[in-house]
Write a protein that binds this ligand. Sequence first.
Ligand code: CO
Ligand code: ZN
Length: 333
Amino acid sequence: MKDLIKELTETYGPSGNEELIRNIIENKMKGLVDEMKTDTLGNLICIKKGKGAKVMLAAHMDEIGVVVNHIDKKGFLRFAAVGGVFPTYLLAHRVIFKNGIIGTFGKEEKGSTKGELKLEKMFIDIGAKDEKEASKYVHIGDVATYYRELDVLGSRLTAKAFDDRIGCAVLIETARKLKSSPNAVYFVFTVQEEVGLRGAKTSAYGIEPDIGIACDVTDTGDTPEAETMAVELGKGPCVKVKDRTIITPLKVKELMVSTAESKKIPYQLEILEWGGTDGGAIHLSRSGVPAGVISIPTRYVHTPSEVLDIADVENAVRLFVEILKKNLKKEGF
Ligand code: CO
Ligand code: ZN
């Protein structure tokens, strides 16, 4: 599974530019489902047909990035954020554009006080000598993402874009492991989560699921002086209780918890005070959908060096497979 995760995280795919990552995922899903389609916004919907409950699984393909909004006379690029980008996370790192052009960040030194850093005081240096040269390679509107390889740290991994390529990997692996299901399973690889859960919103509307489960990363509280959060790496995937976009319906939470307990899969309960994910958009679709989230504990989310534990990923796959093996219609969905 490490090779799959490596390939997915290292692929370029910021919000609104998901073609490359979608092509890769489409190839991986080929043969695992009965039908595949890409909808208007670009969500990849892979369907394993069945007569039972309609289950929508969602993981977002997009990652955060920066979009060029100005090129100056000397060839430096100014930029705006695509998703939750923080200045301190960018500085000293490299980014890559879709055409392979690589850049590094600089910041205005004059007049700035130490410690204070704002996106508008930063720029990207692609090595161009002037505006003319820069304009040969990069245009206004081009989006760059972190440029970083995956590394193995013992039982843990570090890479960019585990948010949410790890969710994509979990869904692909679930499709591989799931021999049969009494349910109709929709594996949905969504677009534009990082800018407001947009792909999940339209795909859920179109699918009209009986139950939705998203898979995404969540923060942890296990680093020095971390914010209070009872989530640690290696203690199992998380059953989300609440974040900024959803309070998981008890029925969905119970399904996840009872499945984990009966199959002896370790799990943790997650309350995320900041942020949300596709589950939030799915549960507000049409007249409401019972939805939840299974999260992968991840440190340093939205940095180029996010860290997670491979055991949590494997246990998330087990949990998804066991949930899908159940007849969810009989469970009341
Ligand atoms: Co994110
Ligand atoms: Zn995410």
